[in-house]
Design a protein around this ligand. Structure first.
Ligand SMILES: Cc1cc2nc3c(=O)[nH]c(=O)nc-3n(C[C@H](O)[C@H](O)[C@H](O)COP(=O)(O)OP(=O)(O)OC[C@H]3O[C@@H](n4cnc5c(N)ncnc54)[C@H](O)[C@@H]3O)c2cc1C
Length: 399
């Protein structure tokens, strides 16, 4: 049968959600969809209206913390201790929706949940869990995670920050760099070398000899606090040392949790850019037709949809593996690498397709693009994740 010609410029495609072409949402449970919807509402109502100004002012919108806490988004995967006890896919969806707003807001939740509450939950004493976790879930205590040092974050085994025993206490000396939440944190989970190996120390704000100055002049993650941490003979009681882990596997296991969330989160940033771009190219008239009616523009949009869809499917399977208890660090490395690269490329291309308007904060693309330059770097650079996969494939360590 001959196909009926369509009016010029119209397509026959059945309605599909351009941001979810493979209906990943249809593969979610009812609870997962409810969580996604409630975070989406928070982002629409509270994050999007204020994020541009916060980014321009280089200010973390701390006033959002009680609302993030009220929805159960802080330590959402932890069972007990006033935490929501949600599954890994829910945590991923939380990250995705928050990062649709801004990577800085997702970073806050990632650090609080995966890098601070998780190690206390996994490696802390019962007294430490009771002292910190409920208050952190309520957003009354903010945490930060100190692993990276000024001389090189990719090689954390070469740690210079150290702790020595003095009587019943420990004395901590050294410096950490690029620490999210540092200047606003009430509690720092600090990894330091000891005669037994790397251990985790819980350093409370105001401890004599401890300073956390904010790093200024960032062009990325401007709606997030990033700090240095300095320890000058800081006394930490034995009761504030994490008893359950010794060695690099402590901080690395936290990074696996956080990288998992990032793999989901960046999808939200890419979706925000594509959504904005679809609206822009539909209305921008050039050469007598909408920009969206050019082959080259459609190829670029299709390329974005292809890569976002692949990232969504990868993230969902990653979540199902995590919930099944079969997740390996190499799975997370591949997803962190693939999805961050995808999101950064999408954001850069969206910025370009906006033309001159693409350099304006009126549009979200440049903010997401600048944020994603950090997200592709932190929690293991792209190269570090590629080398992790290479090691998995070959059995040879090329670091
Ligand atoms: C905004 C922001 C927030 C952050 N928040 C935190 C936080 O909360 N806590 C924390 O502990 N850290 C945090 N970080 C630090 C982050 O994890 C590090 O920046 C990252 O791990 C890279 O370390 P580095 O900056 O020292 O770079 P380097 O390790 O010096 O790497 C420099 C370059 O060398 C490459 N490279 C390294 N090793 C190899 C190799 N073997 N072969 C080839 N190339 C290699 C890297 O890929 C990179 O391109 C944050 C960083 C940023 C930017």
């Amino acid at each position: 049968m001959a196909a009926t010609p369509l009016p010029a410029g119209k397509s026959s495609a059945a309605a599909l959600d351009p941001l979810d072409l493979y209906d990943v949402r249809g593969m979610l449970t009812e609870e997962e969809r409810l969580v996604q919807d409630s975070v989406a509402r928070l982002v629409d109502a509270e994050v999007l209206p204020r994020i541009r100004e916060a980014f321009e002012q280089h200010r973390f919108p701390k006033e959002l913390v009680p609302q993030l806490a009220a929805l159960g988004l802080l330590g959402s995967s932890i069972q007990g201790y006033d935490c929501a006890g949600l599954n890994a896919v829910c945590y991923g969806l939380i990250c995705q929706e928050l990062e649709r707003g801004d990577s800085g807001i997702r970073s806050f939740v990632s650090v609080q949940s995966s890098l601070c509450m998780y190690p206390i939950y996994a490696f802390g004493s019962e007294e430490q869990k009771r002292r910190y976790l409920p208050a952190m879930a309520r957003g009354e205590l903010i945490g930060c995670f100190g692993l990276t040092e000024p001389h090189g974050g990719s090689d954390p085994a070469n740690m210079k920050t150290h702790a020595k025993k003095r009587g019943g206490d420990w004395v901590l000396n050294g410096a950490k760099m690029w620490i999210t939440n540092g200047a606003i944190a009430d509690l720092a989970v600090v990894w330091a070398m000891t005669p037994e190996g790397i251990r985790g120390f819980l350093v409370e704000k105001g401890s004599p000899g401890f300073a956390a100055p904010e790093i200024q002049h960032k062009f990325s993650l401007r709606a997030s606090v990033t700090s240095a941490l300095y320890f000058d003979n800081v006394t930490v009681p034995e009761a504030r040392v994490l008893p359950g882990v010794v060695g690099l596997k402590g901080p690395l296991s936290c990074l696996t949790q956080a990288r998992y969330g990032i793999s989901w989160g960046v999808i939200g940033a890419a979706q925000a850019c594509l959504s904005e771009q679809l609206a822009y190219t539909a209305t921008r008239q050039l050469f007598g037709r909408p920009l969206a009616q050019n082959q080259m523009i459609q190829v670029r949009l299709a390329e974005m949809a292809r890569r976002i869809t692949s990232a969504q499917l990868l993230a969902l399977q990653l979540g199902r593996l995590k919930d099944a208890g079969t997740l390996q660090p190499a799975h997370v490395s591949l997803a962190k690498w693939n999805n961050c690269r995808m999101a950064l490329d999408v954001a850069r291309d969206c910025r370009d397709m906006l033309g001159g308007a693409g350099i304006s904060a009126e549009f979200a693309a440049i903010r997401h693009m600048l944020n994603l330059e950090s997200v592709i770097t932190y929690e293991g650079t792209e190269t570090i994740h590629q080398l992790t996969i290479g090691r998995q494939l070959t059995g040879l360590n090329a670091f």
